[in-house]
Design a protein around this ligand. Structure first.
Ligand SMILES: [Zn+2]
Length: 501
């Protein structure tokens, strides 16, 4: 009996250590200990009969086998756990001057085929094709928070820790629970008890340092607006207008009042975001628009939301003169979702059977997708008029045949400005963006990053790399948020996108 329990207990012990490694400094004991311990106990109970039978069959020999297994457990624990342990603080290496003040524009779902098909309807993108270094980007996931976090960390989703669209907390605490989607016991317990509170995945799930932290490390002033998984906003040496600071629930005065704590850093920025939101909503007469990614109205909703992010970014670019402004907008993606849902049906877009006639689909395509692309082109024009250096990327492309971005089509990459080359370059990866951003900002690159500077995007004079450093150091302290109830609205919206089951 004991020979069977012992390895299970060892496994439990390793699991507890594995869980505690990243969360220990941020979470109050002992509540945080209870859950992993309870989990282990449940699994041990379940596995005991099986192991007891196995031990009986093995008889005396079993003991020696377990003894042999011990070093294997130790090695496995070390291998899986070592990356989760806090790393030594970074020694900030030498920096070189930034190549330029950079506007980094994230436009979700933008696709080269569509940009080129619209041609002269998109004069600013035409300028980019003529004047910028441009190419395609291999993506790393189908899920926006995962990809956009890879963009600012340079790490694959499994390494940066932001996974899917939602996360959950042990009810009443700030303890974020490990991903339960592949854990059948976890699913069952969560579904049948009130232990879990669900909400949108946020910055606390991230395990590694993000660009908004790195910029401060090297005295580059940065501003991030509406970035996925940037809530709660971390106290950085810069400004974060998190994705929860841009109205998500609706534009009526009551819904605009739905302010979440720590949605911006510094907190006072929330007031100016609200002022911009009031102005945009009044100008566009958007007060009553309903958010629904499956409909035309919902598509307009997201364009208004984008405009609030965009106008906030413009204001901060002019007023604060940052070295880096990063703004994320999603209208091209949400419009394309709405078109696909309408044309191919809400339930099974993968079936690729049209629900509406060819002509109707074309008219709708013009109203939804074309107008979203034109909005992106107009924004690009404003950015080009107010700065001389732009990196513009999308997280994935789009297929208008009902498969959306399920097949992970390539995203777009444009680098425009004095240090950048002109013409098409070879396909790069989402993981190459952080090294490329760091290089543009004159910051060192850490050796463990899997991506590389997209060298052929730069003119020859600007290709010399600064020295690599060994590590960026651990991510900063997490900002504690204690959700008290499920963020049902948020999850419902993600479900409508087909992102959450
Ligand atoms: Zn996307």
């Amino acid at each position: 009996m004991w020979s069977a329990l012992l390895p299970m207990l060892l496994l439990c012990f390793s699991a507890v250590l594995y869980w505690l490694a990243p969360i220990f400094p941020q979470n109050p004991m002992p509540m945080d200990l209870l859950l992993p311990v309870g989990w282990c106990a449940a699994y041990t109970l379940l596995a005991t009969p099986v192991l007891a039978v196995a031990a009986r069959l093995l008889k005396g020999r079993g003991r020696w086998l377990w003894l042999l297994a011990l070093p294997a457990f130790g090695f496995a624990g070390y291998t899986f756990g070592k990356d989760r342990l806090p790393q030594k603080a970074a020694s900030h290496g030498k920096t070189t001057p930034a190549l330029c003040r950079l506007q980094f524009l994230g436009m979700d779902g933008l696709d080269h085929a569509q940009l080129q098909a619209m041609g002269s309807e998109l004069p600013n993108f035409q300028r980019l094709y003529a004047e910028a270094a441009w190419g395609s980007l291999k993506t790393v996931s189908r899920h926006s928070p995962e990809i956009w976090t890879s963009v600012v960390t340079g790490m694959k989703p499994k390494d940066h820790g932001v996974s899917g669209y939602t996360t959950s907390w042990l009810t009443g605490t700030a303890l974020e629970l490990p991903d339960d989607s592949r854990d059948w016991l976890g699913q069952f317990v969560y579904a049948n008890t009130k232990f879990r509170t669900r909400g949108a995945v946020g910055s606390n799930a991230r395990r590694v340092r993000a660009l908004w932290e790195l910029a401060g490390d090297y005295d580059r002033s940065s501003i991030f607006v509406n970035w996925w998984a940037s809530y709660p906003a971390e106290p950085v040496a810069g400004i974060i207008i998190s994705n929860h600071a841009i109205p998500w629930y609706g534009f009526t005065p009551e819904l605009l009042d739905h302010a979440e704590p720590m949605a911006t850093w510094p907190a006072a920025e929330a007031t100016s975001v609200r002022a911009v939101a009031d102005q945009v909503v009044a100008e566009l007469g958007a007060g009553k628009l309903r958010r629904d990614v499956q409909t035309e109205e919902g598509s307009r909703y997201f364009l208004v939301r984008d405009q609030i992010s965009w106008a906030t970014g413009r204001r901060l670019w002019r007023e604060k003169n940052p070295d880096l402004l990063a703004v994320y907008v999603q209208g091209a993606d949400t419009a394309s979702h709405a078109w696909t849902f309408t044309v191919f049906g809400k339930e099974h877009p993968d079936k690729q059977e049209r629900q509406v006639g060819e002509e109707e689909a074309k008219v709708l395509f013009e109203r939804l997708v074309h107008s979203a692309y034109r909005a992106m082109d107009q924004r690009l024009g404003e950015a080009m008029a107010e700065g001389d250096c732009i990196l513009l990327v999308s997280d994935h492309g789009w297929r208008y045949d009902g498969t959306m971005h399920n097949t992970k089509p390539d995203g777009v990459f444009f680098a425009w400005g004095p240090p950048f080359a002109t013409g098409e370059i070879k396909t790069a990866s989402i993981l190459d963006l952080l090294p490329t951003l760091l290089h543009t900002l004159g910051m060192p690159i850490a050796k463990p990053l899997p991506g590389k500077v997209i060298k052929d995007a730069f003119k020859a004079d600007y290709q010399k790399l600064t020295k690599e450093i060994s590590s960026f150091g651990p991510r900063g302290d997490r900002v504690s948020v204690h959700p008290t109830s499920d963020d049902a609205e948020h999850i419902e919206a993600l479900r409508a996108l087909g992102y959450v089951e």
